[in-house]
Design a protein. Structure first.
Length: 258
């Protein structure tokens, strides 16, 4: 069994000079499946090119990042939806709400989020959900879809224990990345309390590299560093973290299951 990186922007837009080397290092580190989130329509050519080159290792999502939503979001969504029938696509994402910088397009973000939740139901796809400074607003929307068959990952989970419990109650996994390796992080306590059965691993590469590479370019090959930190939290072998988190990822993104 190998690792799954459930969220990494591993394509030429972010790795214009070393894409192939980064992918090869990931495979050497036993990170053999990497899920590629879409942030907007401009991402699609690079994502699909990457997937075509490594179809057994890279798996695309389709969606619009909340920070990319403006007043003309409906046109963008219409274009993106046309890719959902592509047989290579394994889910909808990354979607959600982001109010970190401002609330200017909150209404548009909420409407786009609901539209893409409906895509997930229509196509029976899992979700990769991005929430930043907007947990109350996001869960107010998600409550309307509870017990309707949605499943997915709260990518780069940044909430507290209450938000973690909400997510689990909704049937979502928590995406845990490099932040769990940082000093004085709150994720350690949350991960330990909720249990490994609710965790999937991610890098969000090229962002949020784990220690000792914090502040540098992240890559999927660093997943074992995240796994090692989680193994130390639970005082279990890292191989068990690999096994459980990979099975968790396959339970969400079923098309990755061998």
């Amino acid at each position: 069994m190998n690792y799954v990186d459930t969220h990494a922007h591993l394509y030429k837009e972010y790795y214009p000079n070393d894409f192939h080397e980064v992918l090869h290092r990931a495979v050497e580190a036993k990170v053999t499946q990497v899920i590629l989130p879409c942030v907007n329509s401009q991402s699609i050519p690079d994502i699909m090119e990457a997937v075509s080159q490594y179809p057994n290792h890279l798996f695309p999502l389709i969606g619009i990042h909340p920070s990319d939503i403006t007043s003309d979001y409906k046109q963008e969504l219409s274009f993106l939806k046309s890719f959902l029938n592509n047989p290579e696509v394994v889910g909808v994402g990354e979607v959600g709400l982001d109010l970190y910088h401002n609330r200017e397009f909150l209404k548009e973000q909420e409407e786009a989020f609901e539209t893409q939740l409906q895509w997930a139901l229509e196509y029976q796809f899992p979700l990769s959900i991005h929430i930043r400074n907007a947990y109350d607003e996001a869960f107010a929307i998600l409550k309307q879809y509870k017990n309707r068959g949605l499943k997915g990952v709260l990518h780069c989970f940044s909430g507290g224990i209450q938000e973690a419990r909400w997510a689990i109650d909704f049937g979502f996994k928590l995406g845990i990345g490099g932040v769990v390796t940082f000093k004085k992080n709150k994720l350690e306590m949350i991960v330990k309390e909720i249990g490994l059965e609710h965790v999937v691993l991610e890098t969000d590469a090229p962002f949020l590299a784990p220690d000792p590479f914090r502040g540098k370019q992240n890559e999927s090959a660093y997943i074992p560093l995240i796994a090692e930190r989680i193994a130390s939290i639970f005082e279990i072998p890292v191989e068990e973290v690999m096994r459980v988190t990979t099975l968790n990822a396959w339970s969400v993104f079923e098309r990755l299951r061998p």
